[in-house]
Ligand binder design. Structure first.
Ligand code: SF4
Length: 364
């Protein structure tokens, strides 16, 4: 059955006509799906009974609740959703979303793919491999179907997957979230992250008004490519050159995510290169604590012990998170030199819900 969640107003108007309803019923459908968040056609009482029966015969709304959840001691909640062909369990796939309450803010981190192709060496999700793109409905369902949906103030597309690698569906979901006929959310409440895929980013910047976060993690190409294979085919310098062509001084924001590894990317040399690279770009940097895979301490493929004093970058040494003092030094150094830099508080580490830890563990 065809799913309605994720369809545009125009597409819903076409659906209405297809089942013998007047075109304006498309607007009613949009309101029931995106504003009133109906989960069944029976709730749509301003649509004729005959029309609802016709809709039921050919379409489904596409809403389904999470199949498992875990709650962190810090209040973060992780939800497991089934996506894909649910009728055949052998083809069913799973993804996770993370709900992060924080005083008067409540953020949901959504997935855009099941697993991920990008293979970032520090990321547990990367070890899952790729298990398929999520549809716009799969993405929106995470936002609509968690028990805390009414409390959400912000959405970040930073869960499983690389959004630019599934851009059509990501843009469809953003369109439904921000359009007047949809959820009418301000684009300023949504941030989409990327490892930096220039072609996709150009389209994203031009077709969406939501914020952007780039996973940077190291300003030196030769070092970055050791932890982020994307650097081998799409250089960070090209991404920064693209970003510099746009105005980020008001309305929308570009930020850079920077996981800090002791002696590896938190040195004065790295700080100065970051300043050089980002000069002239209105942006901010979020420093992130490294969340190591608790079950496999060394990086995949590593056998040798870490060198304590080494400042050179090599996967022969195990990546260790920077200490608090060094992160604070980096934050202050960059901020004093013109790039607003903050340290992001880790959330949900105890339930494998923090950055880079989504491995659908709730399904095991
Ligand atoms: Fe994929 Fe993001 Fe993990 Fe890289 S950090 S492997 S892009 S989920």
């Amino acid at each position: 059955m065809e799913v309605l969640l994720g369809k545009t107003l125009e597409e819903l108007q076409a659906v209405a006509q297809e089942v013998g309803l007047p075109r304006f019923a498309g607007k009613q459908l949009a309101e029931w799906i995106y504003v009133r968040r109906a989960t069944s056609f029976d709730e749509m009482t301003n649509i004729s009974l005959k029309g609802r029966e016709a809709l039921k015969a050919h379409y489904t709304i596409g809403r389904h609740t999470p199949v498992a959840e875990a709650i962190s001691k810090d209040g973060t909640k992780k939800y497991l959703f089934q996506v894909g062909n649910e009728a055949r369990s052998d083809e069913a796939r799973y993804i996770e979303s993370v709900y992060i309450p924080d005083n008067d803010r409540a953020t949901l981190c959504v997935s855009t793919q099941a697993g991920c192709k990008m293979g970032c060496r520090f990321c547990m999700t990367g070890t899952l491999g790729f298990h398929g793109h999520l549809t716009a409905a799969d993405i929106l369902n995470q936002i609509f179907s968690i028990p805390d949906a009414d409390k959400l103030t912000n959405i970040v597309y930073m869960g499983e997957g690389e959004p630019m690698d599934n851009l059509d569906n990501v843009l469809h979901s953003l369109n439904a979230m921000t359009s007047a006929w949809g959820c009418a959310w301000s684009p300023k409440r949504i941030t989409v992250s990327s490892v930096g895929i220039t072609k996709g980013l150009k389209r994203y910047i031009e077709e969406s008004e939501c914020h952007l976060a780039i996973s940077l993690h190291n300003p030196f190409a030769i070092e970055r490519q050791e932890v982020m294979p994307i650097e081998k085919v799409n250089h960070l310098s090209e991404v920064i050159a693209l970003l510099k062509q746009y105005d980020w001084s008001h309305q929308r924001r570009v930020s850079f995510e920077y996981i800090c590894w002791g002696g590896v990317n938190d040195t004065p040399k790295h700080a100065n290169e970051l300043l050089r690279l980002l000069k002239g770009l209105d942006c901010r940097i979020n420093l992130i604590r490294f969340h190591a895979d608790p079950s496999t301490p060394p990086l995949r493929g590593e056998t040798s012990a870490p060198s304590n004093s080494s400042t050179s970058f090599s996967l022969a040494g195990r990546l260790r998170g920077s200490n608090e003092q060094q992160m604070e030094w980096l934050r202050d150094y960059l901020t004093e030199r013109g790039i607003t830099t903050t340290i992001r508080r880790s959330r949900g580490e105890d339930i494998l819900a923090a950055c880079g830890m989504l491995v659908n563990a709730l399904n095991k």
